[in-house]
Design a binder for this molecule. Structure first.
Ligand code: NM2
Ligand code: OGA
Ligand code: ZN
Length: 383
């Protein structure tokens, strides 16, 4: 077997750590329990699927590293006592995985995104041809990268066949069925259970904040469009949240720390959630926005929070309706927009009663889309 590239110049043990000196002058200090927990031997992880066979409680509390050395192939051997367990690590595995040189980052957070506003799409919106996406893996990869980076794309020339939106989902992931059905018709109805089913304009919102977890991706496929108005509007909710943070840290902190209730009810459904409008991760980065003015339940906050909450709420609503953050376009027949419903807010302008406007909508989830993105990227990297 060929020798691994020498990445490690020296191994030593200090207290409860393995100290690695790397060829480029960097140093790693790895805690004995972490190393034992990440043992790659067939007794520790399943050879076929790579899943861990034992849990952290199986590691003796008094675990220590007795010896660490490179074998003749250059692999790093670590002897753990009192188990007398030998773990053999590839140098490259240690370099790629050691926690002190490779902190995990959150690929859903605002920091990893290409934040945008009205003037960001100089040439054109991110359009993708539907046929090409179905037939060419690279185009599908482009589409999925758009979801990750800018949070949406518009598919062009999707056949205007009823139910086609579900076919589009099957190219990318799995349908998320809700009380609105696997697929819903967005058009004017008599006695609608939702204002989406009228000709009214809708302010910037994310869908279904009253559902927990929310459907994380929304698709809207335009089948007919001959009305005046009914334009589509998108706002980057993460960008909007960074604007709020810049303009008033106080308002931002209130919306990230105050959990409010959203609710949707009709004859058959009564959905309720209790969530913050802007959600942060453990690094205080923005990871989700949820907002639909129509579905905020009664605000019942402690008295001393009411005024600051209304100040912050008003400020947020004002930002997400700013023209310099909005992109506006009209979906033509055969266009389908796909949006990250945890980040991108959408809206529509009111439309006339003359003419017809008919969209079919459906939901899917980001986990399936990101999974396919990872698979296609791995495939591309491995040739
Ligand atoms: N529809 C279109 O989240 C919402 O209530 C917005 C959703 C009814 C599925 C509308
Ligand atoms: C919706 C919605 C927008 C539109 O159905 O959730 O926001 O363009 N519709 O009709
Ligand atoms: Zn909506």
């Amino acid at each position: 077997m060929s020798q691994e590239t020498e990445l490690i110049t020296k191994l030593s043990i200090t207290g409860d750590e393995l100290v690695i000196e790397w060829h480029d002058g960097k140093e790693s200090r790895l805690y004995s329990h972490w190393l034992r927990d990440h043992c790659q031997m067939p007794t520790s992880i399943d050879v076929d699927n790579g899943q861990r066979l034992s849990s952290v409680v199986n590691i003796p509390q008094e675990t220590y590293i007795e010896k660490a050395y490179k074998d003749e192939k250059g692999n790093v051997c670590v002897r753990f006592q009192p188990e007398n367990h030998l773990s053999v690590f590839l140098q490259s595995w240690l370099r790629k995985n050691c926690y002190d040189l490779n902190l995990h980052f959150d690929d859903r957070s605002e920091k990893q995104k290409h934040l945008w506003q009205k003037d960001s799409f100089k040439a054109d919106l991110p359009f993708i041809n539907y046929e090409s996406m179905c037939n060419d893996e690279n185009v599908k990869l482009d589409a999925l990268r758009l979801v990750k980076d800018v949070g949406f794309f518009v598919l062009e020339s999707v056949p205007t066949i009823k139910g086609q939106v579900l076919k589009v989902i099957s190219e990318l992931g799995y349908t998320r069925e809700t009380n609105y059905g696997a697929l819903f018709e967005v058009r004017t109805e008599v006695n609608p259970n939702n204002l989406a089913y009228t000709n009214m304009g809708l302010g910037s919102h994310t869908d279904n904040p009253y559902r927990d977890p929310v459907p994380t991706v929304q698709l809207l496929h335009c089948l007919e469009s001959s009305t005046e108005g009914g334009d589509s509007v998108l706002v980057d909710g993460f960008k909007a949240a960074t604007v709020l943070r810049q303009e008033s840290k106080e308002d931002f902190d209130i919306l990230t720390s105050t959990w409010i209730n959203f609710r949707f009810s009709d004859a058959k459904t009564d959905l309720r959630s209790r969530v913050p409008m802007i959600e942060l991760n453990d690094n205080n980065e923005i990871v989700k926005v949820r907002y639909n003015n129509r579905s905020i339940d009664t605000i019942k906050l402690p008295e001393n929070k009411i005024r600051p909450f209304y100040k912050a709420h008003r400020h947020w609503n004002e930002i997400i309706e700013r023209n310099d953050l909005k992109i506006t376009f009209k979906l033509s027949e055969g266009d389908l927009m796909l949006i990250d419903n945890t980040r991108i807010m959408h809206a529509r302008t009111a439309f006339s009663k003359k003419g017809k406007r008919h969209l079919q909508g459906a939901y899917t989830d980001l986990d399936g889309l990101y999974s396919l993105l990872n698979i296609l990227e791995n495939r591309q990297q491995n040739g």
